[in-house]
Every structure is written in structure tokens, then in C-alpha cells.
Design a protein around this ligand. Structure first.
Ligand SMILES: [Fe+2]
Length: 265
């Protein structure tokens, strides 16, 4: 088994700046990591921290320096894929010391953590909100699945291969979810697809393969499925997720704000 903390959509900007004139995302990340550091005693050991993109909001070097400094405070191995707000080259430079990071090209990788294979896929189209899986990434995925040897397998990407019903987010979703499904269908490896981008928890199926998205550390989108739903974000709920790939292990959400307690029954 292996246990992963799954963070997504940090949207960090340089100190002194706010996202959309509202969110001090550098501060929100600092507070999130403070909370998680405290909670790790109760949650138990974690083998790696997986971050599915939009680590930065503006792709700036300074935003990555801030994000990286805070993520490193968790004291665990980091696995990162870029999202639509990231800049591929500044992202690569910020995390160039991670063993999976390639010096050029797409930021796709394979990492074996305990008995679990994690496959990170780069869906970033710079300058666009939507994402795509290119042939090169799908080939790497196919190769990684065929050599997985029956291991539990996680596929991590920013854009989920799901329609959430949030119209303004579905409009900037993954262009080719079927291409992903076709590759997954060709292999027997038990696969879970993990994504971000939609700033909330959505469970769904891509064919027979479960897909789940993690909440964002900084903001959320209200569940409003009307055609004229207002476009915009909420300041919460924020959170992340914990994934245990062992037999009987579960996926659970970790909210970043808690109620009072525990009180005796
Ligand atoms: Fe995104």
C-alpha cells in the first residue's frame, strides 16, 4: 500500500498580490500547510504528496518559490503535474530537482511509491484554460500500464476526464477524455484517475475506471447546474484529499477548516 496526500489548485501569486482582487493565495497555502502539518500526527504516515496542477496562478518564478517552500514543509516526497495556470518552463525549473522531472518536453512521469505506480500526465496548453492529452503522453501511459505488473495504479492529471455540470468549467475541460479511456481499457491494471481543476470533489467513471477530483486549497465553485449559473468562485470550502491504495484503503477528503470538538457522545 501507499498513502498520498492529494493537493490541487493552489493558485499561488507573488507576495503582496491577490488572485482576482480577493484571494491571498500565498497566505492560504501557508495556512493550509500549517493545518496539514498539525493533522499529519492524526492522519498517520504519508508516502508522498501529489499536487495536480495550478500550483501557480500566474506561472511566475516567485509564485513557485513560495509554493515550493511551503510544500516542502510537509517533509514528504513531492509529485507534481502542471495545470492550465502553470507555465511549463517556470514550473519545470522550480521542481527540476525532483527525480521524475524531465529536462525538456512535456511534464509526464512515472513514479513507483511503495507498491503503487503513479503516472503523471501533462495536459497544459499554454495560454488556454482547457487541456489535452497528446499522443506522446498517451504512449507513456500505455507503456507505464503495461509494465505496472498488477500494481495499484494512480493516473494524475490536472483536467479531469469528467463533465461536472459546472458549465463554465466544463467549457475548459479535457478535450479528449475518450483517448484516455481507450488506453486505460487496453490494460488490466487497477487504475484510479486523480485530477483537480474543478475546485471540488467529483466522483465519476471513465468507462470502468473511477475518477475523483480533489478540492482546491484556496477556493471553490458553487454547485450551480443552471444554464445561467453565475461565473465565479467561492472562498470555500477548501481542502485536499488522502488516498490509501492498500486493500480496504479509502479515499477521503480533508477539509482545511474544522468545526469545534470532538465532544463526548
Ligand atoms: Fe485549472
Amino acid at each position: 500500500m501507499a498513502r498520498f496526500l492529494h493537493l490541487s489548485d493552489l493558485h499561488v501569486v507573488p507576495e503582496g498580490q491577490l488572485v482576482s482582487s480577493q484571494l491571498d493565495t500565498a497566505r492560504l497555502l501557508r495556512l493550509a500547510i500549517d493545518t496539514l502539518t498539525t493533522r499529519l500526527d492524526a492522519i498517520g504516515p504519508v508516502d508522498a504528496v501529489l499536487v495536480t496542477g495550478d500550483i501557480s496562478d500566474d506561472g511566475s518564478t516567485e509564485s513557485y518559490e513560495i509554493a515550493r517552500r511551503d510544500l516542502m514543509r510537509l517533509g514528504h516526497r513531492l509529485l507534481v503535474v502542471p495545470g492550465n495556470h502553470d507555465g511549463r518552463e517556470t514550473f519545470r525549473a522550480a521542481f527540476s530537482d525532483l527525480p521524475e522531472m524531465r529536462p525538456t518536453g512535456l511534464i509526464d512521469w512515472i513514479a513507483d511509491i511503495g507498491d503503487t505506480r503513479v503516472i503523471g500526465l501533462d495536459t497544459l496548453i499554454e495560454g488556454k484554460g482547457g487541456g489535452v492529452l497528446r499522443d506522446e503522453s498517451l504512449a507513456l501511459l500505455s507503456e507505464a500500464l503495461s509494465t505496472a505488473g498488477g500494481r495499484q495504479t494512480l493516473v494524475a492529471l490536472h483536467h479531469p476526464p469528467l463533465q461536472t455540470g459546472l458549465r463554465f468549467m466544463d467549457a475548459i475541460g479535457l478535450e479528449n477524455p475518450n483517448a484516455l479511456r481507450i488506453v486505460l481499457d487496453q490494460h488490466d491494471a487497477p487504475v484510479r484517475v486523480l485530477a483537480g481543476h474543478v475546485h471540488g470533489v467529483y466522483h465519476g467513471l471513465l468507462g470502468r475506471h473511477p475518477v475523483v477530483t480533489a478540492p482546491s486549497c484556496c477556493s471553490a465553485f458553487a454547485l450551480d447546474l443552471r444554464e445561467d449559473a453565475p461565473v465565479g468562485f467561492m472562498t470555500g470550502p477548501t481542502g485536499c484529499a488522502l488516498i490509501d491504495t492498500g486493500a480496504g484503503g479509502v479515499w477521503t477528503e480533508l477539509p482545511l477548516r474544522h468545526g469545534e470538538g470532538p465532544f463526548r457522545f
